[in-house]
Design a protein around this ligand. Sequence first.
Ligand code: ASP
Length: 356
Amino acid sequence: MKKTYYYYLALLLFFFIAACDPTTREATEDRAIETEEKEIKQGPISLVIHGGAGTIKRENMTEEQDAEYRAKLSEALEAGYAKLESGAPAMDAVIAAIQIMEESPLFNAGVGAVFTNEGKNELDAAVMDGKTRDAGAVAGVSTIKSPILAALSVMDDSPHVMMSGTGAEQFAGEQGLELVDPEYFFTQSRYDALQRVKKREEEKDRSAALVDFPDSKFGTVGCVALDKDGNIAAGTSTGGMTNKRYGRIGDAPIIAAGTYADNETCGVSATGHGEYFIRSVVAYDVAAKMKYAGMSLDAAANKIVYEELVEFGGSGGFIALDKAGNITMPFNTSGMYRGYMNEKDSPKVFIYKDEE
Ligand code: ASP
């Protein structure tokens, strides 16, 4: 009994001394401040991707194809999200997610890019950092293995925003980026698609061949991410449109048309009939509607995709997120490969119109 009494007394004394000891108290207070700071800095993280909009219908897909697309989209989402979770900047997440899709023949970017009228692959890509509004882009390149990395290098390692063709390839080589034989991008299915479009072109007029081909899938890839510090980054990579000619460049590498990011408003990556997206300045218009008209991300996105682009004749869609981590993925085609991941949700991927 007595023993127990002394034991409790000793324990009490110990806690009393520990509480009075300034070093222990400081350490506890420091920890409290640290946690508080972490809580203040640690905003929501969020990631959204697309693998292109277009004529993508359930009835035209086999079960295997459907599963393959979903698996690759999930892989890209998880790779990007892992970066954000580890505390990496939003741009790292964007690059990680896009590179996975560039390396997959499923998408019209990197391997699997569509063919030009001359039977070549000419790739476009862009990135934008929402914190600094720095941006980089490459257009019409045929030998850079990862166009999105080249776009990043234009942003980080040069005083310019956009480089094209052989100049961009020379720059990429000088920066130590991997260059490949143009054959690297070849896929039989895209080549066959070009032959079908050309055949149709012979039968119909030229613009119809470019736009209305029944199984045309745009297939561009893009990603927008929000990191724990509240920074937004966006990126887009594409082979452009089947049967394009004369060094045609689409909206993807044009900052404000197909790609845009500003921490104050949102980040955007678009996919669709580039000519219309350029003329509508789509990506910047989402930010502008939020900034100047006080619209929410969703309201701005819906107005552009379902009203303005439709009236204009532009088919496609985009992915976007704002500084609170809200996500939107509108499109006015029959499908868009798309998905997102945030703290609440494990990877969510969608393909067709009737899914959500
Ligand atoms: N927007 C791209 C372009 O016009 C095509 C796409 O989204 O797949 O080049």
